[in-house]
Design a binder for this molecule. Sequence first.
Ligand code: GSH
Length: 217
Amino acid sequence: MTTSGKPVLYSYFRSSCSWRVRIALALKGVDYEIIPINLTKDGGQQFSEEFQTLNPMKQVPALKIDGIIIGQSLAIIEYLEETRPTPRLLPQDPKKRASVRMISDLIAAGIQPLQNLSVLKQVGEQNQLAWAQKAITSGFNALEQILQSTAGKYCVGDEVSMADLCLVPQVANAERFKVDLTPYATISHINKTLLALEAFQVSHPCRQPDTPVELRA
Ligand SMILES: N[C@@H](CCC(=O)N[C@@H](CS)C(=O)NCC(=O)O)C(=O)O
């Protein structure tokens, strides 16, 4: 907490995992402060001693809330869901909830970590684009197929869920890595529908306190 008592989100404007949490906070109407952690400046502020005491994984996001600090975006979203249940981001129906968790994990464990900054650094500059494209297309091939049986207006039925909070930032990553989205009609359509919602807009990487001027919209 800051002296104002508001929750504090350690976030980087371009981080897809931070964006997931920003959407959840916006949807649930939580007033919070952002402390930007620049993942590229000075060799990466995530490696500073101060930040490592907050999140030993040296990754954003991390959320200080209710006297605790939580890392891992899905754990944060689940905590927000349990303590601030409205609007619901996990459906009541166990089968739908399983679908939401399946899609969230597909993205959060099966795609994003493979194209995360630290992995791309290991892959080397020349191979980064092809590597990221492969990780994303292989995940999106599976996701597009899964959505045929789960999607309504959004990833699972007609209510915005945690799966949607994972989808939109991952599509932004796909665009950044110049993935051809033509084969992913359902993913693209749901993404467009979600981007029209205010919570997805206010939390967008182009509207953050640490967004560089040239990327602001
Ligand atoms: N599983 C974690 C992943 C967090 C993560 O990968 N964060 C990225 C930004 S999206 C990061 O901080 N990367 C820093 C680095 O790779 O050095 C979560 O969901 O929060």
